[in-house]
Design a protein around this ligand. Structure first.
Ligand code: S3P
Length: 432
């Protein structure tokens, strides 16, 4: 795909596709509900289709599926579940796989097998299967803690788990196992991560208590094996998708952008706070809370300066770190990102794939075991770059091409279908 630079300021108001994290949860949690729920503004993309396959395998039925509206007839809770008849294809989605693993421990005696694509089959799953096995679950993985995962339901007892990695996916998996298990379960996280699972399960009627603990939270969930009455979910726009356009606005002089009706969950805003610290003008306008805070984010270009990102800041901007590297390449000074080794086990090794693309385009980046050091500012030039089958790398490199000299040949752009199928269509209208 051939991409040309953008020379004019970027002035726009935009709506983002539905939030991916919230859509995953709304779909997967339908298996715990009795009755019809409407998921308004859902993200229809490769990753969330994987969650839909899981929900359907347990007995959720799709009543209506349109661009904006997904109407599901809940599976009716674990006692009404069907046993999946065949292994379930989780595609490229770590969120689907990890949350489904916790969920699948819920129904005693049922066998669930989860598998995925080449990238998913290399991502660490022992971070969920290990703690689940310690709590009494019967779970198996391939050698090295890799998918496929097989789960024979039942056996999870209450207790306390202290997570070693700060991961909302792992936390959510354990909370689901606790909700469907045999006793109160407390999960402690080392650093606060996005709390969509806690908010949605509480809105459904689950009993959960969250208390602060060092840099994160400890969450206690009581067992609730009975079905929940169905709830409707309004999905705000995805701030992680908005971050690509926010980066473009921050980089092109004279730009002003409003991202309308996006999730303002504090666990998702780290990137925007960092952009503010780097010198862009950012304003958050909250417009509602039901139960997720949502509203508009205003972004305007500013002269950018280097900043450091440390471990504590990482979870709230984990998916946006490739964009931080791009911004840092255009900012004055040396930006160091540390405590971000989680980047190595995302859809690609994002320390390597971010560096590879940006260095090819002319930026100066050093690889650290747990992050990156970026020397800025450097001018970028168009060349051949590869997305390495990673949706966020494809989109970051597209934004890089917009601020580069000369045209860029992007290989593997089709990866955007995982989280943002309309990305290039939108880009085409902006770049015109
Ligand atoms: C997600 C959590 C994050 C994030 C992913 C979605 C979620 O992963 O990278 O895109 O929906 O819970 P980790 O929690 O494993 O870091």
């Amino acid at each position: 795909m051939q991409l040309s630079p953008m020379r004019k300021p970027f002035i726009s108001r935009m709506r983002m596709p539905g939030d991916k994290s919230i859509t995953h949860r709304a779909i997967l949690f339908s298996t715990l509900m009795r009755g019809t729920s409407e998921i308004q503004g859902w993200l229809r993309a490769g990753d969330t289709e994987a969650s839909l396959r899981v929900a359907q395998a347990f007995g959720t039925k799709v009543r209506e599926k349109s661009g904006d509206r997904l109407i599901l007839e809940g599976a009716g809770g674990i006692m009404a579940w069907t046993e999946p008849r065949q292994p379930i294809d989780c595609g490229n989605s770590g969120t689907t796989t990890r949350l489904a693993t916790g969920l699948a421990t819920g129904r005693r005696g049922y066998l669930t097998v989860l598998y995925g694509d080449e990238s998913l089959s290399q991502r660490p799953m022992a971070r969920v299967t290990g703690p689940l096995a310690d709590l009494g679950a019967s779970v198996w993985t391939r050698q090295g803690g890799l998918a496929p995962i097989a789960i024979k339901g039942g056996g999870v007892s209450g207790g306390t788990v202290h997570l070693k990695v700060a991961s909302a996916q792992v936390k959510s998996s354990l909370l689901l196992a606790g909700l469907l298990g045999g006793g109160s379960l407390t999960v402690g996280e080392p650093i606060a991560t996005r709390d969509h699972t806690e908010r949605m399960l509480t809105a459904m009627g689950a009993k959960m208590v969250t208390q602060p603990e060092v840099a994160g939270f400890r969450i206690t969930v009581d067992p609730h094996p009975e079905a929940f009455p169905a709830v409707d979910v309004k999905v705000p726009g995805d701030p992680s998708s908005g971050a690509f356009w926010a980066t473009l606005a921050a980089l092109l002089p004279g730009s002003r952008l409003v991202l309308e009706s996006v999730s303002l969950n504090p666990g998702r805003l780290g990137f925007y706070r960092l952009l503010q610290a780097m010198g862009a003008a950012i304003e958050f306008q909250e417009r509602g809370r039901d139960p997720e805070p949502w509203g508009d984010i205003l972004i305007a270009h500013g002269a950018l300066r280097a900043v450091d990102v440390v471990r504590q800041q990482v979870p709230a901007m984990i998916d946006e770190l490739p964009l931080v590297a791009l911004l840092a390449s255009q900012a004055k000074g040396v930006t160091t990102v540390t405590g971000a080794e989680e980047l190595r086990v995302k859809e690609s090794d994002r320390i390597k794939t971010t560096m590879e693309g940006l260095v090819r385009m002319g930026s100066q980046i050093e690889e650290l075991p747990d992050g990156l050091r970026v020397h800025g500012p450097t001018s970028l030039r168009g060349t051949v770059v590869n997305a390495h089958r990673d949706h966020r790398i494809a989109m970051m490199l597209t934004i890089a091409s917009a601020v580069a000299e000369g045209s860029t040949e992007l290989e593997g752009g089709e990866a955007v279908a995982i989280s943002y199928p309309a990305f290039f269509e939108t880009y085409g209208t902006i770049a015109k």
